[in-house]
Ligand binder design. Structure first.
Ligand code: GLC
Length: 413
């Protein structure tokens, strides 16, 4: 009897083993590609991942949703990459630290992949590509380029004011006046919202307020004046892009400084509609930003990682990012795609086109994160009322001295 039971048992086991193997063969499990990307307040990132997963049989991309704070995300990624971990296959990187990742050997060069696929540097957004280049090699491709712009409630300001803003011929003092004047209209509670928390976003904003670091005292005063005049919310010192977008798309503020994706967020989550909004260049230019995609040098799925990058940064993926999220396409041909132009109105708005003409950069430094930290502390300290103007100016200058000197092409203008 025992023997019969034993035989029966091993038969059952054998059958389940065969069934198991059979299931594997037929369901052809996809290889998981872990994609470390920042949170997205638009449906675009999820949509592009879904489209990739639907496009082929071999891989399944999974979004590892990271923090939205650039500096914090950098630290999180470095902790993993430094330890040689392969937990992320594809990583999204801010343009300001992609070079550092390449130099540290965390990401793999993409030149071979580009050659094999007939891709040229000229196919992509130029600024993003130079940010992803290191030691003569291309290490990253554009997820999306960014630039700072002014969002305006055109249903609130006058036609003349709108024309002035869209032309870019105005000052930060004008924004302050208009914000104070219109705050409270059409159920708004705030005049102007932007990013003043102590983090990377503050460096971007201060770049814009200080005329690309030409007028540090003027920039500090312009930001302080907004606070003192009540043009900005009382808690502006904790505002990141998230708080900014939240306020503007809910209809709580008249003006907002943010990146292009806020346009997409109005459509997907807004309590106001896109036809109530216009985009204008910032008075002294908008900071260039953006995110790039690279392959973890230690990924055990190099081919899958490349397949995902190729899809997201290529025409199909960039079209989805632009149509679903209002992102600026990083693959140049998409800028001319009829469907994209029709659905992403941003790309044909006069104020946005003007903004594209006046972009400004952050400092470039070997240890950018350290320079950025010092800048953030100096500016935030002054805005919080902890330091005097001249000490803050000196601290900003000291931090800048650790970066490469700025080269201004338009000095004489
Ligand atoms: C945006 C920009 C990025 C910048 C960050 C600051 O994500 O694309 O370049 O560093 O904002 O918060």
């Amino acid at each position: 009897m025992k023997r019969i039971v034993a035989v029966a048992l091993s038969l059952v086991m054998a059958i389940s083993l065969v069934a198991g193997i059979g299931a594997d063969v037929f369901a052809a499990e996809k290889t998981v590609i872990n994609f470390a990307a920042q949170g997205d307040s638009t449906p675009a990132t999820q949509a592009v991942i879904d489209a990739f997963n639907a496009s082929q049989e071999e891989y399944e991309a999974v979004w590892v949703d990271m923090t939205n704070d650039s500096g914090a995300m950098r630290t999180q990624l470095i902790n993993s990459l430094k330890a040689g971990s392969d937990e992320y296959d594809v990583i999204s990187m801010d343009v300001v630290w992609a070079g550092e990742f390449a130099a540290a050997g965390y990401i793999a060069a993409l030149d071979g992949f580009m050659r094999d696929n007939d891709l040229s540097i000229r196919d992509y957004n130029q600024g993003s590509m130079s940010a992803g280049k290191y030691d003569g090699k291309q290490f990253a491709l554009p997820f999306f380029p960014d630039l700072g712009v002014l969002y305006v409630r055109k249903d609130i300001v006058s036609e003349d004011e709108l024309a002035m803003l869209e032309s870019g011929e105005y000052t930060w003092a004008d924004v302050l006046d208009l914000a104070v004047q219109y705050k409270g209209e059409a159920e708004t509670v705030d005049g102007f919202v932007y990013q003043s928390k102590q983090y990377e976003g503050l460096v971007c904003n201060f770049n814009e307020f200080s005329d690309n670091w030409r007028d540090i005292a003027g920039g500090l005063e312009a930001m302080k004046n907004l606070q003192d005049a009540g043009a900005a919310p009382e808690n502006i010192l904790v505002y990141t892009e998230g708080e900014t977008a939240n306020s503007f798309i809910k209809g709580d503020s008249v003006f907002a400084r943010n990146w292009p994706y806020q346009w997409g967020a109005i459509a997907s989550e807004g309590e106001i509609t896109q036809d109530q909004v216009a985009i204008a260049p910032l008075p002294m230019g908008g900071t260039v930003g953006g995110w790039l995609l690279g392959v973890n040098a230690n990924s055990s799925n190099q081919d899958g990682a490349l397949a995902l990058i190729s899809f997201i940064t290529g025409p199909e993926g960039q079209k989805i990012m632009s149509m679903e999220g209002g992102y600026l396409p990083g693959f140049n041909a998409v800028l001319e795609d009829e469907e994209v132009i029709e659905s992403n109105l941003l790309l044909s708005m006069p104020g946005f086109l003007n903004a594209l003409e006046t972009t400004i950069s952050r400092p470039v430094a070997e240890d950018y994160a350290a320079v950025s930290d010092e800048l953030q502390q100096a500016v935030h300290g002054y805005l919080a009322g902890d330091t005097e103007l001249e000490d803050a100016v000196a601290a900003v200058e000291e931090a800048l001295a650790k970066a490469e000197p700025f080269e201004y092409a338009d000095e004489e203008e």
